[in-house]
Design a protein around this ligand. Structure first.
Ligand code: GRF
Length: 191
């Protein structure tokens, strides 16, 4: 079994879809949830699925080995970010080269970078009267929202859309594609 860790700090709807997708998978197991918020929705999702949670705190995350030992001890070979807002430190990127991916709720390279997350992304897209938005799944490198793009899916932005309705459309796209793209990418990288 190839062990992957999900890093999530929010509601965890993407984490939930990924957990459901890999239940009973014959090669890939979601072995750990990494979370920096004790009250995050993802914690109860992890408990319900009987997946251990590794709580992380800022001081240790951004210094020294950034929990690399804890991840390696648990046999983690791949990291999937699903709503994890802290920047991934260089120590982790070096320890998991080409084995960390993220999902962003817009069409990168537009509407990415520090401070561009959650509803801020959709507000900016609508303020600029974009005709379309979408999702980007990409490798993680040393810069925010910057690594090589693995996959994008597009969705039209209607003049009647609000940041909330656009967020719902984007979430549906994320749920439809992220688990499958995680599977394809992990299978490619584990061999
Ligand atoms: C998603 O929209 C994802 O694109 C972004 O964070 C959000 C997480 O949502 N990186 P959820 O916690 O999975 O519901």
């Amino acid at each position: 079994m190839y062990h992957i860790a999900l890093f999530a700090s929010g509601a965890g709807s993407n984490a939930q879809k990924i957990i459901e997708y890999f239940k009973g998978h014959n090669q890939i197991k979601v072995a750990l949830i990494v979370c920096n918020k004790p009250d995050a929705g993802v914690i109860s999702i992890a408990e319900g699925a009987e997946i251990p949670v590794l709580p992380v705190e800022k001081e240790k995350f951004f210094r020294g080995n950034s929990y690399t030992d804890e991840l390696k001890e648990r046999g983690i070979g791949f990291i999937v970010l699903a709503g994890f807002l802290w920047k991934i430190p260089d120590a982790l990127i070096k320890a998991f080269p080409g084995k960390i991916i993220n999902i962003h709720p817009a069409l990168l390279p537009n509407y990415g970078g520090k401070g561009m997350y959650g509803s801020k992304v959709h507000e900016a897209v609508i303020a600029n009267k974009e005709k379309e938005s979408g999702i980007t799944i990409h490798y993680v490198d040393e810069q925010y929202d910057h690594g090589d793009i693995i996959f994008q899916a597009h969705v039209p932005v209607e003049t009647s859309d609000s940041p909330q309705t656009l967020a719902q459309k984007i979430h549906r796209l994320e749920h439809a594609f992220y688990p499958k793209i995680v599977e394809e990418t992990v299978l490619k990288k584990m061999n």
